[in-house]
Design a protein around this ligand. Structure first.
Ligand SMILES: [Fe+2]
Length: 351
């Protein structure tokens, strides 16, 4: 597989990896034979490089494969939570923020020092790499809303990507255990923060990056692992704590119960000024798209519909176009419901 810039592509070449738009939409799938028209299409969509199949796959480097996987996943996560094409008055703002986040993300994902840790994150436990990518994207979004400078965003995103690297030193049976941990196991688990800090410093990551590994379990009220409180905790760690918790809540990993996006957002909102920095929570809950356009959802009324508009409130209460009634019978005339107005109706499931 070779990564080639657009200007050297020729028709007849075969794509080795699926190509996504900056918004995370699939443009062309892996295995597509390129034609001049398709190359023009990629140019129109501002794609700069693609992965091409060639015979010399013997040279495949696992780091490169992982970089491509992480990048693809990061773009999807970004497209999900911060689509560049949110309709309505937020369009300019959303597109601009999307661009800033994308730029920072690309730098982090391709950073060799970070990529060297992908394999460790992948093996730490099955979910850690995926979790890290999501936490990274969400943290950069929050940082950009809070107007952090590029350089600080880079440090924040890098810290977020590697925040759980210390988990590779936690015994597998503890990571896998679904029952309550014993005190000793809790200590071993909690030690992943110190181990992470140590690994990152040994690999000469900036101290502000390593600090995120050490402090992402701090809580605003001082109830976290190191009992630091309020602004004593650096902003990056405060941000990563929120992204980390959101992803855990919605994946149902640590909290045993899996929450829907709007439920997780409500939990975080309620925890502002208690467990989390309220300003960062607001930057998060008010600026991510929890139910992107096109999500198919089941409502508390039993009806099923598609999210068609997220312009008023990006996050928890979109407009849904209902196609099926409570008995799953397709409606002759789909109807729209604005969940920000109909407050007693809510989403109960993402299908
Ligand atoms: Fe952690």
């Amino acid at each position: 597989m070779r990564q080639l810039p657009l200007n050297v592509l020729e028709s007849g070449m075969v794509l080795a990896e699926t190509v996504y738009s900056s918004g995370g939409m699939v443009l062309l799938t892996a295995g597509t034979v390129l034609t001049d028209e398709l190359i023009d299409k990629l140019r129109d969509k501002n794609v700069f490089v693609v992965d091409i199949n060639d015979e010399n796959t013997i040279d495949l480097d696992p780091d490169d494969v992982l970089i491509n996987r992480v990048r693809t996943e990061a773009l999807q996560v970004l497209g999900h939570f911060l689509p560049a094409d949110v309709v309505g008055k937020r369009l300019g703002e959303a597109a601009e923020r999307h661009g800033v986040v994308l730029e920072v993300l690309e730098k982090i994902v391709r950073d060799r020092k970070v990529a060297d840790l992908y394999l460790d994150l992948r093996t730490a436990d099955d979910n850690t790499l995926e979790h890290s990518v999501t936490v990274c994207v969400l943290s950069i979004i929050m940082g950009s809303v809070l107007k952090m400078e590029q350089e600080r965003l880079l440090m924040l995103g890098t810290g977020a990507m590697v925040h759980d690297i210390g988990k590779k030193s936690v015994p597998q049976e503890i990571l896998d255990k679904r029952e309550d941990l014993t005190d000793e196991e809790v200590n071993l688990y909690r030690n992943h923060i110190r181990k992470g800090y140590q690994i990152l410093r040994e690999k000469s990551f900036d101290v502000s990056v390593a600090r995120v590994a050490l402090y992402h379990h701090e809580r605003w009220d001082g109830s976290g692992y190191n009992k630091m409180a309020g602004e004593e905790i650096d902003l990056s760690s405060r941000i990563v704590a929120i992204a980390d918790t959101y992803d855990d809540l919605t994946r149902g990993l640590t909290y045993k119960q899996k929450y829907l996006p709007h439920e997780a957002l409500e939990i975080l909102y309620g925890a502002g000024n208690i467990y989390f920095d309220a300003r960062a929570v607001k930057a998060f809950t008010g600026n991510i798209c929890a139910y992107p356009l096109g999500s198919i959802v089941k409502l508390s009324t039993g009806e099923t519909g598609i999210v068609v508009n997220v312009q008023k409130t990006l996050a928890p209460r979109p407009i849904v176009k209902i196609f099926y009634d409570r008995d799953n019978v397709r409606l002759d005339y789909p109807k729209q419901i604005d969940l920000s107005v109909e407050k007693t109706t809510f989403i109960t499931k993402i299908l």
